[in-house]
Design a protein. Structure first.
Lengths: 580, 582
């Protein structure tokens, strides 16, 4: 559907404020006509009848009344438009949030779409001018000139005709020039964002520039790029501003023609001064709404660019919702196996598959290690256990029940997740830990901290557990984040655990601590570990070897080293390396 | 306000441009007034049915001003945009030049991209400095003076009356709305910041929120924050949107007042009645210049806030002082740390305490130790990113604080864990290291760094808007750059951490073999993975900012100290006895 229609559809959901805005704006216009009429009357009285202040008192009284009413109507009109716009913004924001939560981590997980979602939510604000200014003006730019025409025609037909004939010139020129300008402006925005990006690039890469002794000369290139930008932009603007020149000229020349035309007829005695002056007063206000439409159209369109992305996100298909209640699910976790039955999944919805024909069983109370080269489908497998995505082919059975029919929230109550790069919230350490279980006692909290070896870190902070973390607070290293995530898992104490084994970015001492904590956590539970280390893999009850989206081998360490295949080959390379 | 003055001082070279553009703005509005005055004059004259010649003046005026207004508006828009771009360009260069000496030490706190983005956003805000802040009051004053003179030609009373209303429009309305809206803007921006952080939390932490069953709750919080923001926006809008109506009301009040003082003067004949319409229409038209003023106050605030944030960054003292007349860079590249101590500002513990060691030219040294031991701090001090608190560092027996930091950096190449690639082509990213390198050299360097596949893609874009390079590819780009840079000293700070085992090994072998023209290069390798350690001449073992041991791999193993325990720990996690089992 075209963009304007979709945006207008939003207006249709809350039509009242916008209708009120237009009605009030029109009333304001009528007051303006009243004012012009009074003013021409007053001046006629002073000028031609030589009246004193006392004689015009009553007229001035009405003039004041109309002025106040006009100000009030115009203000109320804006206020109503604002009210409607806020409603639309709130509703869009809510719908986007709902959509993002429905799409889940599978969508927001990738860096790009995560950043995009934040941008889109912010983008709701940029739609403001479209609704609060452009939409009401669309109606007013028709109604206000119409109201003026209605009073001008009876007063003087020729002037009315001149106005009627010149008025369409404005939208006509606007469309003609607008089309040419639109292309140019779109290109311009690109260069603008590119330039802004270039500057950001220089700031972000300042250290690198320094390393190569190039930081000082970069100032020159920033200046050159800005200058080049200025030159090309000015060239574009010379054309683009022609539109405003034409529109301005239609308005001023229209006024000039009316002035001369009624002036000459007044001179010839065909029209009275009062009527002539009345028309002159109204002429600039006749063209004004039409010219404003152009300005407000541009203001609205600048923001409406965000609408594309908003609607794209809203149109994304959601995974199906599960409603089947499964009350005592958590108790049954320790009894039933999770069975992957011929499961397939592809991210693009077509080949190549991320997972294909997966058949395997995760036994309760056992540790299952998952291994294989990167891109083999390990993460996809994990995402399915976490219900971030659902199988497109085959099914996952939990005992006798199809996992897809089990309520996701209920399922996740029994699952803990320790990812490779855990996300920490912009809150205190305590709040970050208690996220796992708000009702955890202080003892449970302390135990979890102890088990995950967080205490030395927490003691090193002056505010201890109440230290805020994130952008404004303390910086957390990758290792510390992983320990925090482990502590959360200790606090949640769920029967099923999904873990990413920490990689080798930390130093050996730390690494050992983390692995020990992990071992303690998985004792006696159903654990699925994406493992990199031989020791972890070796100790697992069951090993699944993934390659190119399939489970190519499964068994225990001892059974796998007997077989020819991926596992044995990988083991050999690994050992050669540690030997060297 | 102080910020605005400081900002204006930076753009001083463009004062004349600004004045010129403001004058054009004045002429545009002036033509509008002229058009209406002439029109009113024609009508008033015509009403008295004089000879046709008497109307000529008015008709000429109408023609002139009718065309002039459009043309002047066009020129004014071009000139003011041109001025704006010039100002923006100057501000960018000014900011870059001021921030350059501060990097990287003083910019550490702005490390995250979002904060840097906020800085560029602040500079973009200053785009309005001229067109929205400086120009409107200038134009309004000029129009006011013009009207003052025009009214004064009839009666000084008219001038005084009109002046009162102009003053009210220029100062009264902005003051009133500013007063009513005080604090709202900062409340809105505080709410927005909170909303932004919480949104980021929600999106990036959505997995955790789902697992902990907190997603609904979090979404509700976001909803509440958004409605709070919108409520504040409504308050702000209701007041802001009254500007136009209030200015209109003041215009009508001015018309009222002038009619009141004008009528008796016309009836007594002190003022020719023909001018009644002319005077009133001039008064009405003059208020066009006052319409943008209330907004100017808001933009003034926004610009001041943006300026303040920029000045806060710029006003920091550089972490390192650059000698005014640096000594020539020494021939020898031996490095010596003597009793060097250092701690980062705002931290409680020392990053390095009393470190002394030497590296002879051509030596291959490994620096190992647990994370946080101070390994990377050694690099930062040597490259003059920070200044040691105590002790001295020398290269070729010359204290580095007497050398040009740029000369030091062109003699010491660094590959660190984080590699920044610019939003330019692969070629340009490489040429940074050696501007006159031929394509052949670039390809060789890429090959040595294990990036043969990039040799055919020199013209492809990297960095933002470019290819998405993995951590390993970035690191290899950095290695290629250092190979091109061909410095006598090379520091590798966890340079192969993101590479797979085989590539990492071969790249490291290449680097170890590197030779300069006369002798082998000096190599400092910082690592926590104890791998292939026998190939180093010496190993420095750092712990808690102190050198605990140093010596060759075998000596250190024999000593049975920290190094030996680190070694055994790393090999216990992947026990070597498995080799025999399989």
């Amino acid at each position: 559907m075209n963009l304007d229609r979709r945006l207008l559809l939003l207006v249709k959901q809350y039509p009242l404020p916008f209708i009120a805005s237009v009605v009030l704006g029109t009333l304001g216009g009528i007051m303006l006509i009243g004012q012009a009429s009074l003013l021409s009357w007053i001046i006629d009285t002073i000028f031609l009848k030589n009246a004193g202040s006392q004689d015009i008192l009553k007229l001035l009284g009405f003039f004041t009344l109309f002025s106040v009413l006009r100000a009030a109507f115009n203000w109320a009109s804006e206020s109503e438009a604002n009210r409607g716009t806020l409603k639309i913004k709130q509703q869009l924001h809510d719908r986007l949030l709902e959509k993002i939560s429905a799409l889940g981590p599978h969508y927001t997980g990738s860096m790009q779409s995560g950043k995009l979602s934040v941008k889109i939510l912010k983008g709701v604000e940029s739609l403001d001018p479209y609704f609060s200014q452009y939409i009401p003006q669309l109606a007013l730019s028709f109604l206000l000139p119409l109201a003026i025409l209605i009073v001008v025609f009876p007063a003087d037909t020729l002037s009315g005709l001149i106005l009627l004939v010149t008025a369409p010139l404005i939208p006509l020129f606007m469309i003609l020039i607008g089309k040419a300008a639109k292309k140019v402006t779109a290109k311009q925005w690109k260069t603008l964002s590119r330039m802004s990006g270039n500057f950001l690039d220089a700031l972000q890469g300042l250290t690198t520039l320094k390393l190569f002794g190039k930081s000082r000369e970069r100032a020159q290139s920033i200046s050159e790029i800005s200058e080049a930008f200025r030159h090309t932009t000015m060239k574009v603007l010379k054309v683009a501003f022609l539109s405003s020149l034409t529109l301005e000229l239609v308005g001023t020349i229209g006024t000039a023609i009316i002035a001369v035309e009624i002036g000459l007829r007044l001179w010839a005695g065909d029209i009275a001064f009062q009527a002539a002056f009345f028309i002159l007063l109204l002429t600039p206000d006749f063209y004004l709404p039409l010219r404003q439409l152009g300005i407000k159209f541009h203001a609205g369109m600048e923001g409406a660019g965000a609408a594309d992305e908003i609607f794209n996100l809203l149109d994304k298909p959601e995974p199906g919702k599960q409603t089947d209640p499964a009350p005592s699910l958590v108790q049954r976790f320790s009894e039933k196996p999770i069975l992957f039955d011929n499961v397939g999944f592809s991210y693009t919805g077509s080949i190549p598959y991320a997972l294909k024909n997966i058949r395997c069983t995760i036994e309760p109370g056992c540790t299952t290690a998952i291994t294989g080269p990167s891109g083999a489908g390990k993460t996809t497998f994990i995402n399915m256990l976490l219900r971030f995505i659902e199988p497109q082919e085959g099914s996952i059975m939990f005992g006798n029940a199809n996992l897809q029919n089990i309520n996701r929230e209920l399922w996740l109550q029994g699952v803990s997740w320790v990812p490779q790069h855990p996300y920490l919230f912009n809150a205190t350490l305590r709040e970050n830990l208690l996220l796992a279980n708000r009702n955890a006692s202080e003892d449970e909290l302390m135990d979890a901290i102890e088990y995950s070896r967080l205490s030395p870190f927490i003691h090193s902070l002056p505010q201890g557990l109440d230290t805020p973390i994130g952008e404004q607070g303390a910086r957390i290293s990758g290792g510390e984040a992983q320990r925090l995530s482990l502590a959360r898992a200790f606090i949640k104490d769920s029967p099923v655990l999904v873990l990413d084994e920490p990689t080798s970015h930390t130093d050996p001492v730390l690494e050992k601590e983390l692995l020990d904590a992990m071992q303690r956590l998985i004792r006696g539970k159903t654990a699925v570990i994406v493992a990199h280390r031989l020791s972890t893999i070796k100790n697992a009850d069951h090993i699944l070897v993934f390659d190119k989206g399939r489970v190519v081998q499964s068994g225990t360490h001892l059974s796998l080293i007997e077989q020819k295949g991926f596992y044995r080959n990988a083991l050999r390379t690994y050992q050669e390396d540690t030997a060297g | 306000m102080r910020e605005i003055i400081r900002l204006l001082r930076i753009v001083r070279p463009y004062y004349w441009w600004m004045l010129f553009a403001a004058f054009l703005g004045f002429a545009t509005i002036g033509s509008g007034i002229g058009l209406l005055i002439s029109s009113a004059y024609i009508l008033a004259k015509a009403a008295l049915h004089p000879s046709f010649q008497e109307l000529q003046l008015g008709i000429a005026g109408v023609r002139l001003f009718g065309v002039a207004r459009g043309v002047l508006r066009y020129i004014e828009r071009l000139v003011s945009h041109n001025t704006t771009f010039k100002i923006l360009s100057r501000l960018r260069v000014w900011f870059y030049k001021s921030v350059e000496p501060l990097a990287p030490a003083r910019l550490l706190q702005y490390k995250s991209g979002d904060l840097l983005q906020r800085i560029t956003g602040d500079i973009d805000t200053l785009e309005n400095l001229y067109a929205r802040v400086v120009a409107p009051p200038l134009t309004a004053v000029m129009i006011s003076v013009l009207l003052w003179v025009f009214m004064g030609s009839f009666s000084i009373t008219f001038s005084i009356v009109l002046f009162c209303f102009h003053a009210a429009a220029a100062a009264g309305i902005p003051f009133l709305t500013g007063y009513l809206n005080r604090g709202t803007a900062s409340q809105i921006s505080a709410t927005q910041t909170e909303l932004q952080t919480k949104t980021l939390d929600c999106i990036q932490g959505i997995g955790d929120l789902m697992l902990f069953n907190r997603l609904d709750e979090h979404v509700k919080t976001l909803h509440a924050l958004k409605s709070r923001e919108l409520k504040l926006q409504r308050k702000q809008a209701l007041i802001q949107r009254s500007h136009e109506s209030l200015t209109g009301l003041l215009m009508n009040a001015a018309v009222f007042a002038l009619l009141w003082v004008l009528a008796p003067q016309v009836s007594t004949g002190a003022v020719n009645g023909v001018y009644t319409a002319v005077i009133i229409i001039a008064v009405m038209a003059s208020f066009e210049a006052f319409l943008p003023l209330p907004d100017a106050v808001q933009h003034l605030e926004a610009n001041a806030t943006a300026g303040k944030r920029l000045f806060e960054i710029v006003d920091a003292q550089p972490a390192v002082t650059v000698p005014e007349s640096p000594e020539p860079f020494p021939e020898s590249h031996s490095i010596r740390f003597q009793n060097v101590s250092f701690s980062y500002p705002g931290t409680y513990s020392a990053a390095l305490s009393n470190i002394s060691f030497t590296v002879a030219e051509g030596e291959k040294i490994a620096i190992v130790g647990p994370s946080g031991a101070g390994k990377s701090t050694i690099t930062s001090l040597l490259l003059r990113f920070w200044e040691p608190l105590q002790g001295s560092i020398s290269i070729g027996d010359r204290n580095i604080d007497r050398l040009d930091p740029e000369a030091i950096r062109t003699n010491i190449g660094l590959v660190s864990q984080k590699t920044y690639l610019f939003g330019e082509t692969i070629r340009k990213n490489l040429l940074l290291a050696k501007p006159d390198a031929s394509d052949g050299e670039l390809k060789d360097a890429l090959k040595s760094a294990g990036l043969e596949s990039f040799a055919a893609r020199l013209d492809q874009w990297a960095g933002q808007h470019g290819m998405n390079l993995s951590g390993g590819e970035r690191q290899r780009m950095a290695i290629a750059r250092v190979l091109l840079q061909d410095t006598p000293v090379i520091i590798l700070d966890e340079a192969t951490a993101n590479l797979d085992i085989i590539t990492g090994k071969s790249v490291m072998q290449q680097l170890l073999k590197l030779r300069g023209k006369e002798q082998a290069k000096t190599l400092l390798v910082i690592t926590h993975r104890l791998k292939d350690m026998a190939q180093f001449d010496r190993i420095l073992v750092l712990d808690n900012g102190e050198i605990r041991e140093q010596g060759s791999h075998h000596d250190l193993l024999k000593n049975g100290g920290l190094y030996a325990s680190m070694w055994s720990l790393q090999h216990r996690i992947s026990p070597p006895e498995l080799i025999n089992n399989s």
